[in-house]
Design a protein around this ligand. Sequence first.
Ligand SMILES: Cc1ncc(COP(=O)(O)O)c(C=O)c1O
Length: 388
Amino acid sequence: MAQVQPAAVLPPANDDRIAFFDLQRQRARLEREIKAGIDTVLGHGQFILGPEVDQLEDRLAQFAGVDHAIAVSSGRDALMIALMAMGIKAGDAVFVPAFTFAATAGAVVSVGARPVFVDVDPSTFNMDAEDLERAITEVNAAGASTPRAVMPVDLYGLPADYVAIGEVADRFGITVLSDAAQSFGSVLDGRGAGAMAPISATSFYPTKPLGCYGDGGAVLTTDARLAESVRMIRSHGRQGTGDEASVLGITGRLDTIQAAVLLAKLTVFSDELARRREIAARYDAALAPAVTVPSRPGRAKSAYALYTIRVHNRDAVHDRLADAGIGTGVFYRLALHQHPAFRHFDGRHLPVSEALAGDVLSLPIHPDLSDREVDRVIQALLDSVGSD
Ligand SMILES: Cc1ncc(COP(=O)(O)O)c(C=O)c1O
């Protein structure tokens, strides 16, 4: 039988550690509202497209400042459904940043189109509009595919430069689909994520700023025709509840139970965003002298899905922080053109994306972190960076 150890030799209590993501504290804060919402759904039994989905769509549209929000099964499905609604297909080229999550390019490939990788800006980590212009010009000159759309990503929660990108897109006659998977709650020039481009997709993956307890996402737009198409595609291509498929569709609906979870979380979402921004400001002030902190263009307010620094000895710093009981994350170790699934679409020079993959490191930034914990992360990071 295992011997019971005296308290003094037990390993440090778990609550001494600082988790990179911590969904349990938020659950404890909102448990009553979330359980009540789920119970209501269990009671009425409309698990697919129940009343909570309609309510959520109204609140999301209002929050983002758009006419239509359509709740769907994931962020990846939101992107794919939006591309299908836009009529993107084989033979089309869609321009995506080379430094993002694999789902961005995956959605393009899944509709048969070709993703073309565009390099990113070294300080915002978002799509570089000048490189977008070069990429479109190259695709036009090659003549093998037709430029149809650009999908900027609001990486880590910071809006892409929709003004510069929109100007290039207009000049070449292509549409902008915003991959706002990480940025619901962000603001650019007074517009919320979802309202920065003609059509946008977001994710409610559990660790996103607004996350559910499973997979979920939404398409947001002010274009009534696109919204109607998205509604049909998410539900087998049918109009309403009829059984005739008007267009090709998928099983792409958000579950009613997830809508109930999101409705409860939306009531505190603005406060949580404010806390994320407060933590970011605390990190910025203390860390700027030692590492490259995220840039904060004056026109933008990030949703801070992640707080990501650049540090040359990234892997060593990551390991030292882990030893100090502090969780960090690396998003992403590979640029898109370096993934086995997308290598065959390569062909462009993407030096900034490749450099970022080698030196980005994300620190804990969930809204339930205390100032004391943030200060511990800061101190441990400063110690780790300086100890080479
Ligand atoms: C930039 C980006 N695009 C798309 C997605 C896909 O979202 P989901 O995981 O909800 O399918 C994610 C999710 O991590 C993402 O970060």
